[in-house]
Design a protein around this ligand. Structure first.
Ligand code: NAD
Length: 425
């Protein structure tokens, strides 16, 4: 719930980190685990804030604030993306780092959770300014990042190029090329086949399994996708391949609607050129604000967190919400959606395909041998379907919704490792 400040009567926005902690508490309350141990695994291990002076193209210096949070290194190195966005702050980065811990545990890969970000508006910066900012950020974390300790990846407004700059800066200081320090790199410098598509592919695998469970035929269902970046566009593309009709899409600039289904391949080409979905001829303009309430069977929020809240959850008409984004549904919304029988595939399961192929990239970099796209996709398919099955089983056994079940699976896996390792104290 937004908190009213009694003295000045302003509304303080939702704390994303508190939402993440609330989700943890709900699941932990159903498990018989020592309270002290729960406290130990719940909070971030390390949160670092750095100041980043950058020389802008016109010669003046600008200061930016950068963050890196290692939530957990219990199951392996901290793993998680780097976000460039004006709203990045410690609260958001801590939440995203915590979700990475639980996500890696849900898909059972040997990583902990981390996340990073820089408060900046990349749409107002030139490429060379972004490069200098990225290199300065990397230099501030030379003792934090590393293939054995903390491995960044792309997130909102960062991509292959950003990862190449990070890899290069880190390698220059190490005096040798260290490809496994980041994932999501271009193929030619140690990236993995299938990594760019992996998150969207994974989202669609979980949707396919959910449709099977709910006995719905993909050929008779429609979908709306909020966000048409890496995750949203690939999800839309693979939904289309599954036979699902994608009738609504939007990005930050506006939305599109076509009741017969949007030609996603053509739209991807259009966005490649124009950088936005608006203006595409194969669909009508649609109010992007209303996409969450579209009359569709499947809604895929694939933009940012806190989109479906206690205030608007009752207006959602979809039967399935597949969380391509991290944290798009708040705990208040979860209660309403559960009451309305909406089947929510939680982020820590739904969008885990990205980190799964990041894990494959890290493995391939370390052995110096690269797999074919078919090999990558077969392994991704196995991990995602197993994770979905594990979570669904716990949900049905405990009569809880999928988010609670996913947290229960994840917490148990982290606790088991802590118990085996013991606590050094
Ligand atoms: P991206 O920068 O490639 O794309 C983000 C998209 O969201 C853009 O189309 C942008 O226009 C749109 N958008 C932003 N604000 C919006 C708004 N208010 N309304 C509608 N659209 C809006 O980012 P991405 O990598 O696709 O990440 C999207 C989400 O998926 C984030 O929550 C991210 O944390 C999560 N995620 C990404 C990955 C990955 O591998 N990239 C993996 C797991 C989770």
């Amino acid at each position: 719930m937004p908190v009213k400040n009694r003295l000045v009567s302003i509304t303080i926005p939702v704390s994303t980190f508190e939402n993440a902690m609330h989700q943890f508490d709900q699941a932990a309350a159903r498990l018989n685990i020592d309270k002290g141990l729960l406290e130990f695994i719940k909070y971030p291990k390390r949160s670092i804030i750095v100041k980043l002076p950058v020389r802008m193209d016109d010669g003046h210096f600008e200061m930016f604030t950068g963050y890196r949070v290692q939530h957990s290194i219990v199951r392996g190195p901290a793993k998680g993306g780097i976000r460039y966005h004006p709203n990045v702050d410690l609260d958001e980065v801590q939440a995203l780092a915590a979700w990475m811990t639980w996500k890696c545990a849900v898909v059972n890969i040997p990583f902990g959770g981390g996340k990073g970000g820089i408060a900046c508006d990349p749409s107002k910066m030139s490429e060379s300014e972004l490069e200098r900012l990225t290199r300065r950020y990397t230099a501030s974390f030379l003792d934090t990042f590393g293939p054995e300790s903390d491995i960044p990846a792309p997130d909102v407004n960062t991509g292959e190029k950003t990862m190449a700059w990070i890899m290069d800066t880190y390698s220059m200081h190490a005096q040798h090329t260290v490809t496994s320090v980041v994932t999501g790199k271009p193929l030619i410098i140690g990236g993995s086949r299938g990594r760019r598509e992996a998150t969207g592919v994974g989202v669609v695998i979980t949707i396919r399994e959910a449709l099977k469970h709910l006995k719905m035929d993909p050929k008779n269902v429609s979908a709306a996708v909020q966000g048409f970046g890496n995750v949203g566009s690939v999800t839309a593309q693979h939904l289309h391949s599954l036979g699902v009709k994608v009738t609504h899409v939007c990005d930050v600039f506006g939305g599109l609607y076509n009741p017969k289904g949007i030609d996603i391949e053509a739209l991807i080409k259009y966005v490649g050129k124009n950088k936005k979905v608006v203006g595409f001829h194969g669909a009508e303009p649609f109010d992007a604000q209303k996409i969450l309430y579209a009359k569709v069977d499947i809604l895929v929020p694939a933009a940012l967190e806190n989109q479906i809240t206690g205030k608007n959850a009752a207006r959602v008409k979809a039967k399935i919400i597949a969380e391509g984004a991290n944290g798009p549904v708040t705990p208040e919304a979860d209660v309403i959606l559960e009451k309305n029988n909406v089947f929510v595939i939680p982020d820590i399961l739904c969008n885990a395909g990205g980190v799964t192929v990041s894990y494959f990239e890290w493995v391939q970099d370390r052995i110096g041998y690269f797999w074919t796209e078919t090999e990558v996709n077969e392994k991704l398919e196995r991990i995602m379907t197993e994770a979905f099955t594990d979570v669904l089983k716990v949900a049905l056994e405990n009569r809880v919704h999928l988010r609670l079940a996913a947290f229960m699976v994840a917490i148990q896996r982290v606790v088991e490792v802590v118990q085996l390792r013991g606590i050094y104290a």
